[in-house]
Design a protein around this ligand. Structure first.
Ligand code: FAD
Length: 432
């Protein structure tokens, strides 16, 4: 046992992974989480007969950090695995299949010219080569990808139909990450590992991961941290049920979303401050509805001309009901924010939803509007270089406050886990 106390702020998967690693290494650790439940953007909750994800829906098997962790948590056999995951992409006059996991089938997708098809085959071979140096848990591992937008990259490498028919529906739609706004870093570090990979979903729902991660940890929920004050020891000023409480620790691991860091840490180095000022997230809006009766199972993405406000539409039949999922596209998310209609997404989207699901006109059993202010960190061109420089500074010299989260790695559960573990190892190397 190391006679040092660490407070981890934030009980998302990054914070829990950091806490678990530090505890294993002998530190005395406690986790403070502002919500009543752990998991942050991972987990589920039930509303009016519907099960709703707090964020992530799938885990990706290509992550070494996540695979090892699932083994340690005895979850490896507790997940459904899918090697082929496809959706229908809706265009104005035609539909086509869109594959989340690329395979030989991807080469035959309709809508590409012969030149694009040849360039796509060449591009696939380059992605395969990139496997050696692309770390799927680190968007900074292919530095040249950080210098251009994903849209420019796709146009240059393959062509306009690849951008419009594949990347825009997948990234701009499902992830709310328009390829014009992000660098090619996420794409070029994850896609090489998608060939033959699996997506996973825990049998007991996504909450199984934070639940297993938190076993044996000292955790306080409902505690909102207001400030971290460095000194002889670190003071963590927090509020619980309207009462201010000050916790003390030797070190802090701050695992809250990166754009909140400057609201709680004052005394911060200029370079770090400038990095945190660049951390931004995309927002997410979805309407969930429950209908009586059985509609066929369906999942659709949309191209830019057919979207008209919606990026993903899903029908998920249950025993007596069908759960409907309508994810707003980035333009509708921006409109909802502009009109202040974050909690009236069903009203904002009513016409489009009835068009997609006429059965809704007969009245759904229940509706739930879901707004998530921070969906995924936005990695525009240049971000990964800044992220890497921050991580290098953190790794170089001891400090009292360490940082982790998906915004410091890869915008996925696996990146968040890897980031939490790395921060814990760094702290341990500096101080143990
Ligand atoms: C809609 C959606 C879909 C997604 N889909 C996928 C997917 O399919 N696959 C995938 O791998 N990833 C997906 N992601 C991304 C994934 O969920 C995140 O990358 C990951 O969960 C981030 O974990 P984190 O621990 O870094 O952050 P978070 O989960 O945000 O954890 C931060 C924690 O800090 C707490 N906190 C914040 N402020 C304070 C405070 N002042 N005091 C105390 N606690 C505080 C928060 O409550 C939260 O619990 C999705 C995300 C969303 C929102």
């Amino acid at each position: 046992m190391i006679n040092k106390k660490v407070i981890v702020i934030g009980g998302g998967v990054a914070g829990l992974a950091a806490a678990r690693t530090l505890k294993t290494q002998g530190f005395s650790v406690s986790v403070l989480e502002q919500q009543q439940t752990l998991g942050g953007r991972v987990g589920t909750f039930d509303v009016d007969g519907m099960t709703i994800n707090k964020g992530a829906r799938l885990l990706y098997s290509f992550s070494p950090a996540l695979n090892t962790l699932l083994g340690e948590l005895s979850l490896t056999d507790q997940v459904h695995r899918h090697r082929q995951l496809s959706a229908n992409c809706v265009g104005v006059n035609k539909d086509w299949p869109i594959h989340l996991m690329p395979s030989v089938k991807s080469a035959f997708m309709p809508g590409l010219g012969i030149g694009e098809r040849i360039r796509l085959a060449r591009h696939a071979a380059q992605l395969w080569q990139l496997r050696k140096r692309a770390n799927p848990d680190d968007a900074a591992s292919v530095p040249e990808a950080d210098r251009q937008t994903l849209a420019d990259f796709a146009l240059k490498k393959v062509g306009p139909n690849f951008l419009k028919n594949v990347l825009e529906p997948l990234f701009g739609g499902a992830r709310s990450w328009p390829p014009q706004d992000i660098s090619a870093a996420f794409y070029l570090t994850t896609s090489p590992h998608m060939f033959g990979a699996e997506v996973m979903h825990p049998h007991k729902g996504m909450g199984a991961l934070p639940e297993a991660l938190s076993v044996g940890l000292e955790v306080e929920t409902g505690v909102q941290v207001k400030a971290i004050v460095e000194g002889q020891r670190c003071q963590v000023v927090s509020e619980t049920a309207g009462q201010e409480i000050v916790h003390e620790a030797d070190y802090v691991v701050c695992a809250v979303p990166g754009d909140l860091v400057l609201t709680m840490v004052d005394n911060i180095d200029e370079g770090d401050r400038s990095f945190f000022e660049q951390v931004h997230y995309t927002a997410y809006g979805a309407v969930h509805a429950l209908l009586k009766g059985h509609l066929e199972e369906k999942m659709s993405f949309f191209d830019r001309d057919a979207a008209r406000g919606v990026s993903v539409y899903q029908q998920d039949p249950k025993a007596e009901h069908t759960q409907i999922y309508v994810q707003l596209d980035p333009a509708s998310v921006a409109l909802a924010r502009l009109k202040g209609m974050q909690d009236q997404l069903d009203t904002l989207m009513a016409d489009r939803m009835h068009e997609l699901c006429p059965a809704l006109l007969d009245g759904g059993v229940a509706t739930y509007n879901q707004w998530i202010e921070r969906m995924l960190p936005l990695f525009p061109p240049g971000y990964c270089a800044e992220m890497r420089a921050f991580r290098d500074r953190q790794a170089k010299s001891p400090r009292q406050v360490y940082y982790c989260g998906d915004y410091l790695a890869q915008a996925l559960v696996s990146g968040a886990v890897a980031s939490g573990q790395t921060a814990a190892h760094t702290l341990s190397r500096h101080w143990a």
